[in-house]
Design a protein around this ligand. Structure first.
Ligand code: AZC
Length: 807
């Protein structure tokens, strides 16, 4: 949109007066935030209505991205950016004596996701709107987002994240679009006179699903898409509950219902088999599909053509009940026959798998499932029965093979199997991950449905992760290669020609330095630790999980510490190791690693013998907003998961886009980062995929052998248990046991030697400023293919079959 400074100032003053009956000069920054937010919403609303109408009028095929998490991050800055008025607004506010930065800092970060999966959904929303793809998000409006993490005495403590305490300026409650979702009760098929069967569902509990819509503003393209999050509420009772006698029953019922959208499950690595989680899944899926079908009918399109107007994407298996739910709506509510309904369902739905970790795969106990969703269970039963017929026709009497692949088996409903059978497209999130799905985890399904499998390597929105997070670098790019990269991120490759240019190298280095200074100030304020901006900023930020191997990083630091103590003249470039990670509250081992890192920090940071060669910082409460500060200041990007375990990773892409050099195993999308930058511009270490798979096939390796044969490993591990590191009596023992007695499931010790060498190599590269700056520029200029704009275009053409609309 176009607006002058003067017009904006008038609008802002008027809005402030309307909202608070106060003049700008007497306002608090809190009031300024809400004034600006509500004003932005007004600016957005016209384009929003127009986009929605345009989609309906032209009957454009729409994508609905179903996801149990959307980790959006703050919206004010990105809305201003995408509207194209951020500079105007910033200048105008400055004229009025206000600071946009301070105002932006008032916004709470809506943490409606755990990590990679939820953040990916948010990047896709931004990219769909910015690419003109008619895309909608569909999810849950959790009252409490992911917990806030405090570090107390080195331990993680969780506090509730009440992000809705203040007004949420971005959402619009749409009470008139509310729908009802049915749980529990009895379901059966009743024979009709003509011999056909009528589905009956009685004695159910009804939950009102009320949508809250948030605008998703496209980048300077007049497109505003919609994110619809559902809130669980008690329907208006009329007759069944009356009088004081039932007051308790009403309250109980209210509590139970409202708990559905109360809190996000804080674990992204273990399947949580609780009924509330299944309720959440069915709740947002059923509400979403009911509203999609209603809209489709309102627009006058025939139901038989639903799949030509609608694509529903199932983000991991959490929304898998979309498959039987759409069947239910088409058959029970719209009177369609099974065959046609199944055809439409399969052609409407597509599915992304995000992990091969078996403990994360969703399977629901039949009894629990049947009780909560009796009608849906009947439909899945029929899907399974028909699927077994297909399997029989292929595998004949091989009952083992049939059980292995069935949807309902061994007392469980297997959601991944349902997703593969019930959709037309199954994709992994990086080339290696997709290949592993095809050759290992989902091999049988790949043999059955080869045509359904495809890869869509993840991406990140360069608007948030470069333009907003690193404005200085963005300006330098504009100055050197022009600003076409802002619309076409692949144009970042134009920057490559400056890799040897001493002047540009210097500027890139200076920008990094400025970002490091800002982060150093933040660290000082939050942790009271003074870090030297001249030291190497080596950064490991992501969820805490054994397979992500924060432990390997920490053990290497401990090793360096020993080297220094053994040889006081030990030469190394000063290093600042920065960690940030939340552990799932019930993930005991992950929490022990947090304590270990903090104990290590406490000891090393305060040991004068180290002479500031090493500093360790654990920043609490990792979030999108914190990532936006850390990543632009990073130089070494730690992507050191056990090969085969990280499906893709996405922070790896954010780091490279900001000029960090990746220290990586050949896992997930690291493989593709290597393909883009080439070996001279990344440091690779560790076991290959083949080695890892081989060891797993043969029951692992003998970690004790390494402990006994490698003196460095022995020294490091012994100092975990002999009191050398203070304050980790329990944790040290447990980590030792995990690595030695339980045989080191994630090959931490097996990769130790090559990690030490890789760290050394990194340091040598860093010493040579020319080489390092060149590497940094190579990374920035190769990062364009990892923009999620590229990814969503591939989904649009290869999976959803949607058009790109720019009108
Ligand atoms: C993550 C993967 O672990 C990560 O590698 C990937 O980049 C990200 O999804 C986005 O695809 N998975 C999750 O966050 N959660 C689950 C259940 O897999």
């Amino acid at each position: 949109m176009i607006i002058t400074k003067e017009q904006f100032k008038k609008d802002f003053e008027k809005k402030m007066l309307k909202l608070y009956a106060q003049e700008v000069e007497d306002s608090t920054v809190h009031m300024q935030y809400f004034t600006l937010g509500y004003l932005m919403k007004e600016y957005i609303s016209e384009g929003w209505a127009k986009t929605t109408n345009r989609y309906t009028k032209y009957g454009e095929k729409q994508v609905y991205y179903f996801s149990i998490e959307f980790l959006l991050g703050r919206l004010l800055a990105s809305n201003l950016l995408n509207l194209g008025i951020r500079n105007t607004v910033s200048d105008a506010l400055k004229d009025m004596g206000l600071s946009l930065k301070e105002i932006e800092d008032v916004e709470v970060d809506p943490g409606l996701g755990n990590g990679g999966l939820g953040r990916l959904a948010a990047c896709f929303m931004d990219s769909m709107a910015s690419s003109g793809i008619p895309g909608n998000g569909n999810g849950i409006r959790y009252k409490y987002g992911l917990f806030q993490q405090k570090i107390v005495d080195g331990y993680q403590v969780e506090l509730p994240e009440n992000w809705l305490r203040d007004d949420n300026v971005w959402e619009i409650r749409k009470s008139d679009k509310a729908v009802k979702v049915k749980f529990y009760g009895d379901a059966w098929m009743k024979p009709r006179e003509d011999g056909s069967l009528e589905p009956i569902h009685t004695d159910y509990q009804e939950v009102l699903a009320v949508p809250y819509d948030t605008a998703l503003v496209g980048y300077e393209n007049k497109t505003v898409n919609t994110l619809r999050l559902w809130n669980a509420e008690v329907p208006n009772y009329t007759d069944d509950i009356q009088g004081e006698l039932n007051f308790n029953k009403v309250l109980l019922n209210k509590r139970e219902i409202e708990s559905i959208s109360e809190v996000l499950y804080p674990d992204d690595s273990h399947h949580e088999g609780r009924v509330l989680r299944l309720k959440q899944e069915y709740f947002f899926v059923s509400a979403g599909l009911q509203s999609i079908v209603a809209q489709h009918k309102d627009a006058g399109h025939p139901l038989s053509e639903l799949h030509n107007y609608v694509a529903v994407h199932i983000n991991d298996t959490h929304p898998a009940v979309a498959i039987p739910e759409l069947m239910r709506i088409l058959m029970d509510e719209e009177g369609m026959e099974w065959a046609e309904a199944w055809h439409i369902t399969q052609n409407t739905m597509s599915y992304t798998n995000h992990t091969i970790m078996s403990e994360a795969l969703e399977k629901w106990q039949i009894d629990l499932f049947k009780e909560l969703l009796p009608r849906i269970y009947l439909i899945i039963g029929e899907i399974d029965r028909r699927f077994r017929e297909i399997l029989s026709s292929k595998f004949g009497e091989d009952q083992n093979q049939i059980e292995k692949m069935a949807i309902i088996s061994g007392g469980y409903v297997r959601m991944a199997h349902l997703c593969i059978h019930g959709t037309h497209s199954v994709n992994g999130v990086a080339k290696l991950h997709t290949e592993l799905l095809k050759s290992q985890e989902l091999r049988d399904f790949y043999m059955l449905y080869p045509y359904k499998f495809n890869n869509k390597t993840n991406g990140i929105t360069h608007r948030r992760w470069l333009m907003l997070a690193n404005p200085e670098l963005s300006d330098l790019l504009d100055e050197t290669i022009g600003n076409s990269w802002r619309r076409n991120p692949q144009d970042l490759k134009l920057f490559k020609k400056y890799k040897r240019d001493p002047e540009i190298q210097k500027k890139v280095e200076q920008i990094k330095r400025n970002n490091k200074e800002k982060l150093a100030a933040y660290i000082k304020e939050k942790n009271g630790i003074i870090v030297d901006p001249n030291s190497i900023f080596d950064v490991h930020v992501k969820r805490l999980h054994a397979y992500k191997r924060q432990l390997l990083n920490a053990l290497h630091i401990l090793h360096q510490y020993h080297e220094i103590l053994e040889n006081p003249n030990f030469e190394m470039l000063p290093k600042t190791y920065i960690f940030a990670a939340k552990a799932a509250p019930g993930y005991y081992f992950a929490k022990e690693i947090i304590k270990f890192i903090n104990a290590l920090a406490e000891q090393i940071n305060n040991d004068p013998r180290v002479e500031d060669r090493i500093k360790i910082v654990f920043l609490e409460n990792y979030s999108v907003t914190l990532a936006e500060q850390i990543i632009p200041a990073s130089e070494v990007s730690e992507q050191i998961s056990t090969t085969t375990k990280e499906a893709s990773g996405t922070s790896n892409m954010k780091f490279m886009m900001n000029g960090a050099v990746t220290l990586a195993t050949l896992d997930g999308a690291n493989v593709e980062i290597l393909e883009e930058v080439g070996h001279p511009n990344i440091v690779i270490f560790g076991m290959t995929e083949k080695e890892v798979l081989n060891y797993y096939r043969n029951g692992g390796y003998n970690s004790r052998e390494i402990y006994e044969s490698d003196a460095r490993v022995k020294r490091v591990l012994d100092s975990l248990t002999n009191g050398f590191i203070k304050g980790i009596q329990v944790e040290g023992q447990d980590i030792f046991k995990n690595l030695i007695d339980y045989n080191d499931e994630f090959f931490v010790l097996k990769d130790f030697d090559s990690y030490v060498a890789a760290q050394k190599k990194m340091e040598d590269l860093y010493r040579d400023r020319f080489t390092w700056n060149k590497m940094s520029i190579e990374n920035i200029s190769s990062s364009g293919v990892f923009s999620s704009d590229v990814t969503v275009m591939q989904y649009a053409s290869g999976v959803w079959d949607t058009r790109i609309i720019e009108r």
